[in-house]
Write a protein that binds this ligand. Structure first.
Ligand SMILES: *[C@@H]1O[C@H](CO)[C@@H](O)[C@H](O)[C@H]1NC(C)=O
Ligand SMILES: *[C@@H]1O[C@H](CO)[C@@H](O)[C@H](O)[C@H]1NC(C)=O
Ligand SMILES: *[C@@H]1O[C@H](CO)[C@@H](O)[C@H](O)[C@H]1NC(C)=O
Ligand SMILES: *[C@@H]1O[C@H](CO)[C@@H](O)[C@H](O)[C@H]1NC(C)=O
Ligand SMILES: *[C@@H]1O[C@H](CO)[C@@H](O)[C@H](O)[C@H]1NC(C)=O
Ligand SMILES: *[C@@H]1O[C@H](CO)[C@@H](O)[C@H](O)[C@H]1NC(C)=O
Ligand SMILES: *[C@@H]1O[C@H](CO)[C@@H](O)[C@H](O)[C@H]1NC(C)=O
Ligand SMILES: *[C@@H]1O[C@H](CO)[C@@H](O)[C@H](O)[C@H]1NC(C)=O
Ligand SMILES: *[C@@H]1O[C@H](CO)[C@@H](O)[C@H](O)[C@H]1NC(C)=O
Length: 583
C-alpha cells in the first residue's frame, strides 16, 4: 500500500474503510463457489501499450470481468495493471480462467507468478576507471538517472549524500513514496516500493528504506558518491565510489525477506521506464524462461524500446553449463570476476607457522595464542555424537566443556554454528575448496585449503599444548586477476543458444560498498556489527559495475541506443582485460 503524504485518517476515511471491510466479507460470503485459495496469481502480458486507448486499467478490468463473469470477483482478482511502459496485468485466476485468458486475442502470454532471488572499492580502480571526473563530466553525469530495482536504499549513507547536487533533472517524472522515516534528496530523486501481496517478513520495512543492505550496496556501486575513507573494520580501506558518482538514483524496491515477486518486478519496470530514467540495474533473477514468460525479459524489452538499457546479473549457479539466467538478447548479462585486491585471514600456530586462509574476520584477537582442539576429539557423547561426526563441527555435535574458549579445528567449511554453540574462541576450517570468496562469521574463522588444513591437524595432534591465533582479515594486492569465479553462472544461453550469454564480466568478488544500518554485517541473529560499508560477493555486485560503465558511456554519448552502448562495452572489455594482463 502506498503511504504517500500520510496524514491522520479522517472520520470519513474510517467510515469508508469500515464499509470496504464489510463489502469484503460480504464478497467472501457470496463467492464461496470459487474460494480464494483455488486462485493463483498469474501475469498476463499483452505487448505494447496501444497508441489510442482511453484507459488500459479499465480494459484490463473489462477483460477479467468477461473471463470471470462476475464484476466483484474480477475487481477483487485484479492485482496490478501494467499500462505505462507495456500492456498487461496481474490477477488471481482459477486454472480454467487461466486457460480461457491464454486463448484471448491480444494476450501474448499468461504465466504463473513466481519468486526471483537476489544474486548475492577498489574495483573501479582495478578496471582503470577515471577517478578525476572533470566539471563537465560531472554535469553530464548529473543529468543521468539510474533506476535500481533491488531491496531499497539507506538514504543516510554518505554514498547518497546530495551536497552539491542541483535539483533533479526535469525529465524525471517518478515519485518519492516518502514516509515519516524516509525522504528523497537531490541524489536519490525517486523511491517506491512494491509488495502487493503485503508479505512482510521479520525486519522488512514497508518503505523504500533498505533493511537488507543489498540494494544500498548495488546502488552505491553503480552511482554512489566518492567516500573517503570507506572500509569494513579497517579492511579494504580506501575510497568507495560508483561508476557514475555524480548521477542520480531512482529506487524501486522489489525484493523482500521472501524474495522478489514477478508481479512486483513487472510493475517496477512499468513505472521505471516511464519515469524518465536512463538505465536499469537489476541484480536478481529467477529460472531461465522463454522470454514471453520472463518478467525481467519483458520489462527490459520495453525499456530497450524507449532507449533504456537493462543491466542484469547472470546468476550465482555456476560453474555448470547453461546455468546463466537473464538471457534476453536486449539486456546486458553480467558474470563475476575477481579483482586485484585479495583478502587473507592468516592463522599462526604455536610453532610459528603462518597459513593464509580465507574469510572476512572483523575480530581482533585479545590473546596472543589460544589452545586448539580438534572437533573429532570433542564429541558431545551425551547427545550421542562420535568423533566421526563432531570432526565436521556440525550444530550440536561438540562438547562445550572441551571446546569452550578454544579454537576448534573443523574438517568442514560450515557456517560456524557448532563452534558458536560450544563457546569456541574461534574455528579453523579445513577442506575449503576455493580461496577467493570471503564470507563473514559470528566468531573468528579462517578457512584453509586441504594441504594447509592437514598441516594444522598434524600439528595439533603431535603437540601436548597446541595453540593458534586467528588474525583479523587484511587486504593485499595480487596480480593474478581477473578471472571468472566458480559461482558465476555459465553459458550457453539455455533459451537461445545462438546468442552468447553472459555478455561480459565485471568485478563481483569481495566488493566493498554502502550497507544498510537497519541490519548487521551478516544479518544473522546474534550479530551486533552494524556497519556503514560491507564486503559481499556475487554477480549481484558485478551487475551494477556494468550499469555504471554503461551509464558512463551514455553520459558521453547521449544519443547512443542500448545496443550501441552494449556493443561498446563488449568490444572494449576484451581490450581492458588484455591491457591489465600486460602490466
Ligand atoms: C585525469 O587524470 C589523467 C592523468 O592523471 C589525465 O590524463 C586526464 O586528462 C584527467 N582527466 C580529466 C577528465 O581531468
Ligand atoms: C527510522 O530510521 C531510523 C534510522 O534513520 C531508525 O533507527 C528507526 O528505527 C526508524 N524508525 C522506524 C519507525 O522505522
Ligand atoms: C583509511 O585510510 C585513510 C586515508 O585515506 C586513513 O586516514 C585512515 O586512517 C585509514 N583507516 C584505517 C582504519 O585504516
Ligand atoms: C601468507 O603467509 C606467509 C607465511 O607463510 C606470510 O609471510 C605472508 O605475509 C602471508 N600473505 C599475506 C598476503 O598475508
Ligand atoms: C594451499 O594454500 C597454500 C597457501 O597457504 C598454497 O601454497 C598451496 O599451494 C595450496 N594448496 C592447494 C592444494 O591449493
Ligand atoms: C577484545 O576485547 C574487547 C574489549 O576489551 C572486546 O570488545 C572484544 O570483543 C574482544 N575481542 C574478542 C575477539 O574477544
Ligand atoms: C560413526 O561411528 C559409529 C560407531 O563407530 C558408527 O555407528 C556410525 O555409523 C559412524 N558414523 C559415520 C557418519 O561414519
Ligand atoms: C550436549 O548436548 C545436549 C543436547 O543438545 C546439551 O543439553 C548439553 O549441554 C551438551 N553437553 C555439552 C557438554 O556440551
Ligand atoms: C593423532 O595421532 C594418533 C597417534 O599419534 C593417530 O592414531 C591419530 O590418527 C591422529 N589423529 C588425527 C586426527 O590425525
Amino acid at each position: 500500500m502506498a503511504i504517500e503524504g500520510r496524514s491522520p485518517p479522517s472520520r470519513r476515511f474510517l467510515a469508508a474503510t469500515l464499509i470496504a471491510y464489510c463489502a469484503f466479507f460480504l464478497m467472501i460470503a457470496c463467492c464461496r463457489a470459487t474460494p480464494a485459495q483455488d486462485r493463483k496469481v498469474y501475469i498476463a502480458y499483452m505487448g505494447n501499450c496501444p497508441k489510442t486507448q482511453a484507459s488500459l486499467p479499465a480494459l484490463h478490468f473489462g477483460l477479467l470481468q468477461r473471463i470471470i463473469g462476475n464484476a466483484k470477483v474480477a475487481s477483487d482478482s485484479l492485482i496490478y495493471s501494467y499500462h505505462r511502459t507495456f500492456n498487461g496485468f496481474a490477477a488471481r485466476l482459477t486454472e480454467a480462467e487461466h486457460q480461457k485468458l491464454s486463448a484471448y486475442e491480444g494476450v501474448v502470454s499468461v504465466f504463473p507468478n513466481k519468486i526471483a532471488k537476489l544474486h548475492t572499492t577498489r574495483s573501479w580502480d582495478f578496471i582503470r576507471y577515471p577517478k578525476n571526473a572533470s566539471t563537465s563530466t560531472r554535469r553530464q553525469q548529473s543529468n543521468l538517472i539510474i533506476g535500481v530495482l533491488d531491496t531499497g536504499i539507506w538514504p543516510e549513507s554518505p554514498s547518497f549524500d546530495d551536497s552539491g547536487y542541483g535539483p533533479p533533472p526535469k525529465k524525471f517524472k517518478g515519485r518519492c513514496q516518502s514516509s515519516s522515516n524516509f525522504s528523497c534528496n537531490n541524489k536519490i530523486i525517486g523511491a517506491r516500493f512494491y509488495n502487493v501481496a503485503g508479505d512482510y517478513g521479520p525486519g522488512d520495512i514497508p518503505s523504500p528504506r533498505d533493511s537488507d543492505g543489498h540494494g544500498s550496496h548495488t546502488a552505491s556501486t553503480a552511482a554512489g558518491n566518492f567516500v573517503t575513507p570507506a572500509n569494513l573494520y579497517g579492511i579494504a580501506n580506501g575510497t568507495a565510489r560508483g561508476g557514475v558518482p555524480a548521477a542520480r538514483i531512482a529506487v524501486y524496491k522489489i525484493c523482500w525477506a521472501f524474495g522478489c515477486s514477478y508481479d512486483d518486478i513487472m510493475k517496477a519496470f512499468d513505472d521505471a521506464c516511464s519515469d524518465g530514467i536512463d538505465m536499469v540495474s537489476l541484480s536478481a533473477g529467477g529460472l531461465a524462461m522463454e522470454y514471453f514468460r520472463d518478467p525481467i525479459a519483458i520489462g527490459a524489452f520495453h525499456c530497450m524500446k524507449k532507449g533504456i538499457l537493462t543491466s542484469n546479473s547472470a546468476g550465482n549457479d555456476g560453474p555448470f553449463p547453461g546455468s546463466v539466467s537473464n538471457n534476453s538478447p536486449w539486456s546486458l548479462t553480467v558474470a563475476a570476476n575477481t579483482i586485484d585486491r585479495k583478502l587473507t585471514t592468516n592463522v599462526k600456530l604455536g610453532n610459528g607457522e603462518i597459513y593464509n586462509g580465507t574469510s572476512l574476520n572483523s575480530f581482533v584477537s585479545n590473546k596472543s595464542m589460544s589452545p586448539i582442539i580438534y572437533g573429532g576429539d570433542a564429541p558431545n557423547k551425551t547427545a550421542g555424537y562420535e568423533g566421526n561426526v563432531s570432526r565436521y563441527c556440525y550444530s550440536g555435535s561438540l562438547d562445550r566443556n572441551l571446546v569452550q574458549g578454544k579454537i576448534v579445528y573443523c574438517e568442514f567449511a560450515g557456517q560456524g554454528d557448532g563452534p558458536i554453540e560450544a563457546g569456541a574462541a574461534g574455528a579453523i576450517m579445513g577442506n575449503n575448496p576455493q580461496g577467493d570468496v570471503a564470507f563473514p562469521y559470528l566468531l573468528p574463522v579462517s578457512l584453509l585449503n586441504e594441504t594447509d588444513g592437514s598441516k594444522v591437524l598434524t600439528y595439533s595432534n603431535s603437540t601436548s599444548d597446541p595453540t593458534a591465533v586467528i588474525y583479523k582479515t587484511v587486504d593485499y594486492l595480487d596480480g593474478s586477476s581477473p578471472y571468472v569465479l566458480y559461482f558465476s553462472s555459465r553459458g550457453p544461453n539455455p533459451i537461445t543458444p545462438d546468442i552468447l550469454k553472459p555478455d561480459l564480466t565485471g568485478p563481483g568478488v569481495n566488493i566493498l560498498a554502502a550497507w544498510s544500518q537497519g541490519t548487521t554485517m551478516t544479518g544473522l541473529p546474534g550479530d551486533e556489527r552494524v556497519v556503514a560499508y560491507n564486503i559481499i560477493s556475487g554477480t549481484s555486485m558485478s551487475c551494477p559495475h556494468a550499469t555504471g560503465a554503461a551509464a558512463y558511456v551514455k553520459s558521453l554519448h547521449r544519443t547512443w541506443s542500448p545496443a550501441a552502448i552494449k556493443s561498446a562495452l563488449m568490444t572494449t572489455g576484451a581490450h581492458v582485460t588484455m591491457e591489465i594482463y600486460q602490466h
